[in-house]
Design a protein around this ligand. Structure first.
Ligand code: P1T
Length: 390
């Protein structure tokens, strides 16, 4: 998947993930592994005279290392970690005020859609939705648009949005561009290099990759915006626990290896499903029949373990298929070492209004797979027997 026709992979990615900001010399015992610092508070020499940290919400040694690593991997200057992906999104809403407008990509994680339309609206922040094409963003800008929000590839229909073109539009109109990079991670896509102002992550997914931490992150290079995000992180209190930061630091050391395997296996499975008579259509940005395949090659170094497909049949066929799986687990979330399958229409995207789901073709026969790190042969065999059960 990450062959010649895609952007080249960053050569030193794994080295950075393992070593960036983790020099043993910075710790008093020269620890090779970044210590887990659980103290909520730090002794001061005199009132308001502290060495580096004062209170763990404002700054924590373990979290700070993780924030530096994530910033480096995204080719950004400043990283910030949050209690969840939605916690990161919520904090970014603090950059806006009543009367401002967010122009959001139409196919966005259901929870982000709910946060914008059901919560931000209570504070006078409006949201409207744009089609995936860059022109549509330009057309739908309003006088009060202060933020453009995109996910690419989108969740769950895996459409690909031209980051560079949307960045040009946002710059021309003095609007902040936020890109949710959860589905690809910086291993495959670097939105800041393509002109985005802010990258946001659900670290819960590939970045942690072990389905045992809920966390979010933001990366930004603009000094003024970064200062504001740092202020909001402390003022809103949306921080993760040091233990979770420790876990994610550990997970990132294998991110490159994991992403390579997720990528290879998901493409293998996409091709298998394409040839299956009970499958109507497969969506995978690494397939040459994907509508934005050329764009995918221009802006990414490959694709992750995510794919979606339409099964031939109705909700009962989908249910039967999902309940027949033995290795794929029927569950929400994605990006872990274990393979997951779900029905977005009634699970992750049930909070998206029905008419919006209909327009996006998030139908009762759309299945989303997160292809994990099991042997790909056993995954294909599992899909085969579950399709046979319909
Ligand atoms: O779950 P949390 O860490 O709060 O992240 C929210 C989030 C943000 N952005 C994207 C692209 C996401 O996919 C998510 C969470 N998504 C799921 C739980 C899911 O199954 O799609």
């Amino acid at each position: 998947m990450s062959g010649d026709s895609f952007l080249p992979l960053q050569e030193e990615f794994a080295t950075l993930a393992i070593h960036e900001a983790q020099e043993p010399e910075q710790w008093s015992c020269m620890e090779v592994v970044t210590p887990l610092s659980t103290s909520t508070t730090f002794k001061q020499n005199g009132p308001a005279d502290f060495k580096k940290y004062e209170y763990s919400r404002s700054g924590n040694p373990t979290r700070e290392v993780l924030e530096k690593v994530i910033a480096k991997l995204e080719d950004g200057k400043h990283g910030f970690c949050f209690s969840s992906g939605l916690g990161a999104n919520t904090t970014l809403l603090g950059l806006l005020k009543s009367g401002d407008h967010i122009l959001c990509i139409n196919d966005v994680y259901g929870g982000t859609n709910r946060l914008f339309t059901k919560v931000a609206s209570r504070f006078g922040i409006e949201t409207s939705f744009s089609e995936i094409e860059a022109d549509s963003f330009e057309k739908n800008l309003r006088k009060n648009t202060k933020m453009i929000w995109i996910e690419t590839p989108t969740n769950p229909t895996l459409q690909v949005c031209d980051i560079q073109r949307v960045a040009d539009i946002s710059k021309k109109n003095n609007v902040i561009l936020v890109v949710d990079n959860t589905f690809l991670t910086p291993y495959f896509q670097k939105p800041l290099m393509l002109g985005a102002d802010i990258v946001v992550h659900s670290i819960t997914k590939y970045m942690n990759g072990h389905s045992d931490v809920v966390m979010g992150a933001v990366v930004c290079s603009n000094e003024e915006l970064s200062k504001e995000i740092k202020f909001l992180q402390n003022a809103m209190g949306t921080v993760p626990s040091p233990f979770d930061c420790y876990q994610v630091l550990r997970s990132l050391k294998t991110l490159a290896l994991r992403m390579k395997q997720h990528s290879e296996s998901s493409l293998h499975i996409a091709k298998y499903l394409e040839s299956h008579p009970k499958v109507e259509k497969v969506i995978h940005p690494g397939l040459s029949n994907h509508p934005q395949y050329e764009l995918t090659k221009r802006q990414t170094s490959g694709h992750s373990g995510m794919l979606s497909f339409y099964i031939k049949g109705d909700i009962d066929s989908s249910k039967k298929f999902l309940q027949s799986l033995k290795i794929f687990t029927l569950a929400e979330s994605l990006g872990g070492y274990e393979s997951l399958a779900e029905l977005p229409a009634v699970m992750t995207h049930s909070s998206v209004p029905a008419d919006q789901r209909e327009r996006l073709r998030i139908t009762d026969n759309l299945i989303r797979l997160s292809v994990g790190l099991e042997d790909v042969g056993s995954l294909v065999a599992d899909l085969e027997q579950a399709l046979a059960a319909i």
